[in-house]
Write a protein that binds this ligand. Structure first.
Ligand code: ZN
Length: 482
């Protein structure tokens, strides 16, 4: 018996236990594994390839909006981290410190970057002196470390991979424009590439980045009714420029502090894709970020190696030439049926079957991973048809996730109904909020739900804060979150 024969039965049903399903599917699909160090994961090739595809696309989008990549050190001297008071206070509980160099105790401790504002701003202070040096638009792809107590693969790990953009501008308006430009890049990327509908908007002060003037985010709703923050874009105002002395001579020849932004998304997006689209049989990876968009499975009967395999190989080459990421599973150690289940579990969006009968009929069989619909297409047109099917699956995944979010967004008029919805149905709860941090904290204490995002819409007249009953200033979305 092949040790993988019970592959599928080893996955807990998603409908029965969502969080166990999540961990099971990551391990069985070989996306990631636990490492010898608690809270730190190993990203295996199949998981890393998803991240690489995300990274390549985002990188193109950053470059198209004028950004360039650079690399800054992993270590941040403690004195640098302390320069921005709110920043250090926010990150202190989760910083990992280097205190020894070889056998010697260091005079000053070094933080392993939890984020790189401190080190990057210290360099910007050297590089920026005139309005002619602005804007500075730099992104870095890197790892960061945040000492987490409770971890989950991809969603929250002590070390993770991300990108962090850090920019400086000559005016407050330009910095705000940049903050929103990146928010829009993130929204577009999440929706068009990850098939993940998101709500883009402002965070409350309680939820904003430590040291920022304002934080914008994209929030997605996961199938277990919890929200996931999928990316953030911060307007830093002059906070970090003041702390790190980033000054420039403006057009009126006066010295002024620069206006900053920072923004990031991480490998958490891989977790979002796993959760948002999978089912009881395993993963469903959106075609645009799938390491294999299609898998060809030759039906192994009789002399298939002489008849079916050459045809399958030719099809593989045609698909590759058309820019489709395709895998040909030509192993003779497993039956076609076993391969069907395995690649379903691994979330390949489209299966292409080809057997002796199909060759006779000059056709191939396509199977959609999402609805398992079979279609028979002529061998002649199948490359174009496979491309079309992949677009269709990408769109179907987005539509399904959007419908789920719409069905799980509810209104609450007061504190009791808010608590009731969060307790019994989860999902997103739209409510009015008076703007007070106390009200926000009270709701959190009572329901474990936080304000995920402040919506752009203005509250209807007479709408009362769902916590205190006073007039509502904003419409917000409450949810429990990852
Ligand atoms: Zn209130």
């Amino acid at each position: 018996m092949n040790k993988k024969d019970d592959f599928i039965t080893q996955i807990t049903k998603r409908s029965e236990d969502f969080s166990r399903w999540y961990v099971d599917v990551i391990r069985r699909a070989e996306l990631a594994d636990y490492s010898p160090m608690k809270g730190v994961m190993v990203i295996r090739p199949y998981g890393y390839e998803i991240w690489e595809l995300m990274k390549e696309q985002l990188d193109r989008m950053f470059k198209a909006t004028g950004h360039r990549n650079a690399y800054f050190p992993l270590f941040i001297p403690e004195s640098f981290l302390k320069k921005e008071a709110e920043h250090v206070e926010g990150f202190a509980p989760e910083v990992a410190w280097v205190t020894m160099g070889g056998n010697e105790v260091l005079e000053e401790r070094y933080a392993i970057r939890p984020t790189s504002e401190a080190i990057i701003c210290s360099m910007y202070a050297r590089w920026i002196s005139s309005w002619r040096d602005l804007p500075v638009l730099i992104n870095q792809w890197a790892n960061v470390v945040r000492w987490e107590k409770v971890t989950r693969p991809f969603l929250r790990t002590t070390e993770f991979l991300w990108q962090e953009g850090h920019t400086v501008h000559a005016t407050a308006a330009e910095a705000q424009e940049e903050t929103l430009r990146i928010l829009e890049v993130y929204r577009t990327f999440a929706e068009e590439y990850l098939a993940l509908p998101v709500i883009a908007g402002l965070k409350t002060d309680a939820e904003k980045f430590a040291g920022a003037v304002s934080t914008y985010c994209i929030e997605a709703l996961m199938p277990d009714g919890r929200a996931l923050q999928a990316g953030t874009s911060h307007n830093l105002g002059q906070n970090f420029s003041r702390a790190f002395n980033i000054r420039f001579e403006n057009r009126d020849q006066e010295l002024e502090f620069g206006w900053g932004t920072s923004w990031g998304v991480s490998t958490r997006l891989v977790g979002a894709v796993i959760m948002a689209h999978g089912d009881d049989s395993g993963l469903i990876i959106p075609p645009r970020v799938a390491p294999f968009q299609a898998v060809i499975i030759p039906i192994s009967r009789g002399d298939w190696k002489e008849t079916v395999l050459p045809e399958a190989t030719m099809l593989q080459q045609e698909l590759q030439a058309a820019g489709i990421r395709v895998h040909l599973d030509d192993r003779d150690t497993n039956t076609p049926g076993w391969k069907f289940s395995e690649w379903e579990m691994r979330g390949v969006p489209l299966r292409v079957e080809i057997g002796p009968k199909d060759i006779e009929k000059k056709q191939v069989v396509l199977v959609n991973r999402l609805n398992r619909e079979k279609s028979f297409v002529s061998r002649e047109n199948c490359v174009a048809e496979i491309g079309r099917k992949l677009d269709e699956i990408q769109a179907m995944l987005f539509e399904r996730a959007l419908r789920f979010r719409q069905e799980n967004t509810r209104d609450a008029a007061d504190s009791d109904s808010l608590a009731d919805i969060i307790e019994k149905q989860r999902g997103l709860v739209r409510a009015a909020w008076c703007g007070s941090a106390d009200c926000e904290a009270r709701v959190k204490e009572k329901t474990k739900a936080t304000i995920r995002v402040i919506l752009e819409e203005t509250p209807p007249s007479g709408a009362a804060c769902a916590a205190c009953g006073k007039p509502g200033k904003h419409m917000v979305l409450f949810a429990r979150s990852y």
